[in-house]
Design a protein around this ligand. Structure first.
Ligand code: ZN
Length: 499
């Protein structure tokens, strides 16, 4: 070993940035059988900078571009092999698993491990130790030669065909310019390889149980040392399994990594759509909201008015509800009763989800003179989902709050004085004390919906991030290829975990 040092030193002296190789070598291993996936010989027209002339060639070229994005970003002396196949993944006419990827193996307490007794994915363990610890092999059918790999990736070979989001399919160009209904393969590849490089926990987020090694010892993932419950400031490694499982459902899960926190102001924009409400019995409180696909956007300074609750029914075990639907035909336009119309006129109306569409409810309130609408969810879950639907005649803003937050607001309203609804004042606007996708301390929110979503919860950034991030659980339109600030926070998180 000793005689190699002069060689390394000489390389260092000679190297200039222009001649440096990629910071890491990321290889794509074609694991498909003849005629399948990468080996599909169906003719294809070059598109968006992808010069391949068969479907298989274009898939491989896009893969190699994604591998290069990461190879030019992370640093490792140990090559990273991505064993990749195209397979039939879960699919229906309206939803599809685009792809999946993860680490082939995990290691703990390897030489130079920054945190002892903690799992690291293979590619990161190899980088940190400077040697190839990997032992996992797979054998590509076309070569018959077992190959060591650090990342396993599968992509949906049927996307765009009958029964699998028909008419869409992957866009194979390299210029982020997919057609309507198409999914940008390159962005999805960057996302999936990101998981394989360590954007994931190996802890069971559903039970909170750590991954148990072959020696029978459960160990946390390096991921868990940064996952933090925001209100209590408690790291996952300080929690019991049951507490971790609860944290994974809390909508309060954040990443307490110093580099991501420092980068959040350069990436995420100020202002989170929000309901701030207060009353004599309710100290000022912020409620997370889901925004509507119809009506005006939530802006600042927003609308500050008294809340007026619609009450037009009674549900067993729930109590009074305000559906604001047409009782004769849930699909038809609705009109509020005179009493309800008076209750919401000039106010922010509070209604309940259920029976009829969101646009029918909101339009009925608007027709009665409401200046905004808060829809209370009728099912347990968080964070509050958006409000779907379309009606160009709606001109007032509308949001959804969770069932439990709605119950808090209703309880304040129910503290009546002289038979009238209590005076609960709400502002429907942007909370400018936070950035979209972070807590008030600039710690990035992690995806923690209730109910738990296997494969998505905990191992992604939250969907509230604005602008959108590559490592959100769903691929949004308009994402580019950069994984660093100011566009994105993926590599910054990698730096927190040791890359
Ligand atoms: Zn993902």
């Amino acid at each position: 070993m000793k005689n190699k040092f002069p060689t390394l030193a000489a390389l260092g002296l000679l190297a200039s940035p222009a001649f440096l190789p990629a910071a890491a070598t990321v290889n794509v291993i074609n694991g498909d059988a003849a005629g399948v996936g990468f080996n599909d010989t169906t003719a294809a027209t070059p598109v968006g900078g992808n010069t391949g002339t068969t479907v298989g060639q274009q898939r491989l070229i896009a893969y190699q571009r994604a591998a290069a994005v990461w190879g030019n970003t992370v640093t490792s002396t140990v090559p990273i092999n991505v064993y990749a196949t195209w397979e039939a993944l879960t699919c229906t006419a309206t939803t599809a698993v685009l792809g999946s990827a993860g680490a082939a193996e995990v290691f703990s307490s390897f030489p130079n491990a920054p945190v002892a007794g903690t799992w690291y994915c293979a590619a990161l363990a190899n980088k940190l130790s400077g040697v190839n610890n990997s032992t996992a092999t797979l054998t590509p059918p076309t070569t018959g030669t077992p190959t060591i790999y650090q990342i396993r990736a599968r992509f949906n070979v049927n996307l765009g065909q009958t029964g699998c989001l028909p008419g869409g399919g992957f866009y194979l160009g390299l210029d982020n310019n997919p057609g309507a209904g198409q999914t940008d393969l390159l962005v999805v590849l960057i996302h999936e390889i990101g998981h394989g490089l360590g954007f994931q926990t190996f802890t069971n987020g559903s039970t909170g149980a750590y991954l148990t090694g072959s020696d029978g010892t459960p160990r946390p993932s390096i991921w868990d040392t940064f996952l933090t419950d925001s209100p209590t400031n408690t790291r996952w490694t300080q929690l019991t399994p049951a507490q971790r499982a609860a944290s994974a459902l809390s909508d309060n899960l954040v990443w307490a990594g110093p580099l991501v926190t420092a980068a959040v102001p350069n990436v995420l924009q100020v202002g989170v759509p929000n309901v701030a409400a207060s009353s004599p019995s309710l100290p000022l409180q912020n409620f997370n909201v889901g925004t509507a696909s119809f009506g005006p956007a939530i802006t600042n300074p927003g609308i500050t008015r008294q809340i007026g609750q619609v009450i037009d029914g009674n549900v067993a075990n729930v109590g009074p509800v305000g559906l604001a639907c047409n009782p004769n035909d849930p699909a038809a336009a609705a009109t509020l009763s005179p009493a309800n119309a008076a209750a919401v006129n000039g106010k922010i109306a509070l209604v309940d989800r259920g029976t009829c569409s969101f646009v029918i409810k909101v339009k009925a309130c608007q027709d009665a003179g409401a200046v905004g609408v808060i829809v209370v969810d009728n099912a347990v879950g968080s964070p509050p989902a958006g409000l779907g639907g379309a009606d160009p005649t709606i001109t007032i803003p509308a949001v959804r709050v969770t069932q439990s937050d709605g119950a808090t607001i209703k309880a304040a309203l129910a503290r009546r004085s002289r038979g009238a609804q209590a005076n609960v004042v709400a502002t429907l606007g942007l909370d400018n004390s936070r950035r979209a996708g972070a807590d008030s301390s600039n710690r990035a929110k992690m995806y923690a919906p209730n109910p738990f979503q296997s494969g998505s919860s905990v191992s992604h950034y939250d969907v509230s991030a604005t602008p959108n991030l590559i490592m959100e659980p769903a691929i949004n339109a308009g994402l580019g290829q950069s994984v660093v600030p100011p566009a994105d926070l993926t590599f910054t998180l990698f730096q927190d975990i040791g890359w």
